[in-house]
Design a protein around this ligand. Structure first.
Ligand code: GLA
Ligand code: ZN
Length: 671
């Protein structure tokens, strides 16, 4: 069954309304809801007094219409009585201030008292719902991840360091604590990197981010264990926040969950008089979330209307909500849950619009999603469980992202923007991409791009070397191989452990200001037609040691010096791109590279048309998505079957603006 539904808050509406909601949901083809992730106050109105009656009734009302539920464990939003009785649970922020009551996510993830209350509510819930047929699974907490700097965390951090390093000598050595006289002689002296301490030791600061990540992973695991014990057959997930979020190591957070789900908010924004939606950024989010477990995922919160707390974002144009939801499916979603069912009348999110407006009457957005519900009844089974197969991977490293948070290297450098540029160049060519962890198996990829792989340990360096040795093509960009695991700069010419594979060293580098323009010119024979591209933020001036020069800088004292190189190594090759550039640089370079490597696009299509594919065994499913406002002519492969209307495609077809087609190859053997 393809899961399709909404995030629903029955506790925020009178009970008399629930049957009407359930009826409208069923009419829209919904078969699932996520419930109760913020309902702790209703479940445990006072300490130790549990009340699940209201939730039982809501579940029953929904189930009468064939709708099942994932329940949230409500720990993202503790009740006032709990926080008033135990104010030491409030997180201490980086600036040294305690969070106060009034929002959500105000807890310290390490606090033993909070763990006790968590265990109690999760156990009560799990035992109560173990045998309820309405409940199929759980979402743990909600969008976890704020750092806490409280005394509990400080002492847990010290314990964590003891486990990691064993001895103070070892820790002092890898952090280089001779610098500024920070030699620790007792574990209890080690601080947390509060803002009041100024710029911290980079080794300490990176370890603190890892520690916080491990703290949430452990906090989640505590809940996973309780749920598995009582409800062994239920699905367990958490709602992640896509590519843009970099507070936790998402590979670790996903490891013991059954399923990754995430919250997809395209919204869009105005650029002067033009509305921009950036479908490539969403696609990158999907591909990153699919890569966390290397398996299909759900969207637990799919945008349902204009979003807003204090300010309201542009209204999704007719067709867009449906298009975005199909884009999620095209990239591997096996469940779509819209946030939220009905727009809240009260509370901070009064302007975060649901499928229904405040008044609760069905309107344009509801009808659009209802149409999708009817379509999924036809196509859902053909799609569900099919998978994405990519020959290109982008390697993303949370350690590197943490290190860049601590030291961005250049005020204009943003890891997420850089990776988005790299991704965008492939997205524009409709080339399928997996976003993978540095620990993932790379052997199936023809091309691996490791953008700004800043923190690099010996094991990953060795695996990258073997990948190239065995015939792979590796692309690196600036600031790769700069730091060891402890966030110390390597004692080697850059790119450090990868210099030999790349056949270059970085002779010097130049950190640019935002308004300086450098450029690189392709000079290798066969590449001159790629012309000149902007070089931004950073310029590595390369010294070839066997590599061929593809492009050179055009200005300043390093005019004519190598900027991009290619090195044959073993059976493969490594490209080093010495500057950050913008999308057009990667577009030019990858355009040439994918031709050379014979990596085909899913389909050639005009700009603004995204084509993605999933495979159901040998059967190829093509999703052709028109992200533009205008109709577009697309050449579709002959003989493919349109899954929505059953018609066979014959060459060119026109896809209306903000619309799509889903095609399947004619037989098991095709494609
Ligand atoms: C997040 C949360 C939701 C809601 C939406 C809209 O994704 O998970 O609870 O707050 O944002 O703000
Ligand atoms: Zn804390």
């Amino acid at each position: 069954m393809f899961y399709f539904g909404a995030d629903y808050y029955p506790e925020q509406w009178p009970q008399e309304r629930w049957p009407e909601d359930a009826r409208l949901m069923k009419a829209a083809g919904f078969n699932v809801v996520r419930l109760a992730e913020f309902a702790w106050s209703k479940m445990e109105p006072s300490e130790g007094k549990f009340d699940f009656n209201w939730l039982d009734r809501a579940l029953k009302t929904l189930h009468d219409q064939g709708i099942v539920a994932l329940l949230g464990t409500p720990t993202a939003s503790p009740p006032p009585w709990l926080m008033t009785n135990h104010p030491d649970i409030f997180r201490l922020r980086e600036d040294g201030l305690r969070v106060t009551y009034g929002n959500r996510c105000e807890y310290c993830p390490n606090h033993p008292t909070y763990h006790d209350f968590t265990r109690r509510i999760v156990t009560a819930l799990a035992e109560h719902y173990a045998d309820h047929p309405e409940v199929i699974g759980w979402q743990i907490d909600n969008e976890m991840g704020n750092r806490c700097y409280c005394p509990v965390c400080r002492s847990k951090f010290q314990d964590w360091l003891k486990v990691r390093y064993g001895t103070l000598e070892k820790m002092n050595a890898v952090w280089g604590t001779e610098f500024w006289s920070h030699i620790y002689t007792d574990w209890t002296q080690i601080p947390v990197p509060l803002a009041t301490g100024g710029s911290p030791n980079p080794g300490l600061a990176l370890d603190f981010r890892r520690f916080i990540s491990d703290s949430y992973v452990a906090y989640q695991q505590m809940q996973v264990d309780l749920l598995r014990e009582a409800c062994p057959d239920h699905l367990i997930t958490h709602n992640f926040m896509g590519f843009g979020y970099e507070g936790l190591n998402y590979y670790d957070l996903a490891r013991t969950l059954d399923l990754v789900s995430w919250d997809d908010y395209p919204a869009g924004f105005w650029l002067k008089d033009r509305r921009v939606t950036e479908p490539e950024a969403l696609a990158l989010g999907h591909d990153t979330m699919r890569g966390l477990k290397h398996q299909n995922f759900w969207v637990m919160e799919q945008q349902a209307g204009p979003s807003g707390w204090e300010i309201v974002s542009p209204t999704p144009r007719p067709g867009e909500l449906r298009l975005w939801a199909y884009q999620s499916i095209a990239h591997g979603a096996d469940g779509i849950v819209f946030f939220r069912w009905r727009t809240a009348r009260y509370g901070t999110e009064q302007y975060w619009h649901g499928l229904l407006d405040h008044h609760g009457l069905p309107g344009r957005r509801y009808e659009e999603i209802k149409q999708m519900g009817a379509e999924l009844k036809k196509v859902g089974a053909a799609i569900q469980g099919s998978s994405v197969k990519a020959r290109v991977a982008i390697l993303q490293s949370y350690d590197s992202r943490f290190a860049f948070q601590i030291q961005p290297n250049n005020p204009s450098f943003q890891y997420s923007e850089h990776v988005t540029h790299v991704y965008h160049a492939l997205f524009n060519r409709n080339i399928a991409v997996d976003v993978i962890s540095p620990q993932a198996d790379m052997s199936n990829y023809m091309l691996v791009i490791a953008p700004a792989l800043h923190v690099l340990d010996e094991a990953v360096a060795a695996r990258l070397e073997q990948y190239v040795q065995a015939g792979g093509t590796l692309v690196l960009t600036p600031r790769s191989g700069v730091k060891d695991e402890a966030n110390a700069v390597v004692n080697l010419p850059l790119p450090g452990l990868l210099a030999e594979v790349c056949g270059i060293t970085v002779a010097e580098y130049d950190s640019l200001s935002a308004d300086i323009s450098q450029s690189v010119k392709f000079i290798a024979s066969g590449l001159k037609k790629l012309g000149t591209c902007a070089a931004r933020v950073w310029c590595d001036i390369l010294e070839p040691a066997g590599a061929q020069v593809l492009a050179a800088y055009t200005a300043d004292y390093y005019a004519g010096r190598p900027a991009i190189t290619l090195n044959q190594y073993g059976k493969g090759q490594a490209v080093y791109v010495g500057t950050f550039g913008d999308v057009s640089l990667y577009q030019a370079l990858f355009g040439w590279l994918v031709l050379k490597l014979n990596i085909p696009p899913v389909l050639n299509a005009p700009e603004g048309i995204e084509v993605a594919e999933r495979w159901q065994g040998d059967r190829r499913l093509l999703f052709v998505l028109n992200h533009t406002n205008a109709p577009q002519k697309v050449s579709l492969p002959n003989g493919y079957i349109n899954l929505m209307d059953g018609k066979v495609s014959h060459g060119e077809e026109t896809i209306p603006g903000r619309d799509l087609v889903i095609l399947a190859s004619p037989s098991e053997s095709a494609g």
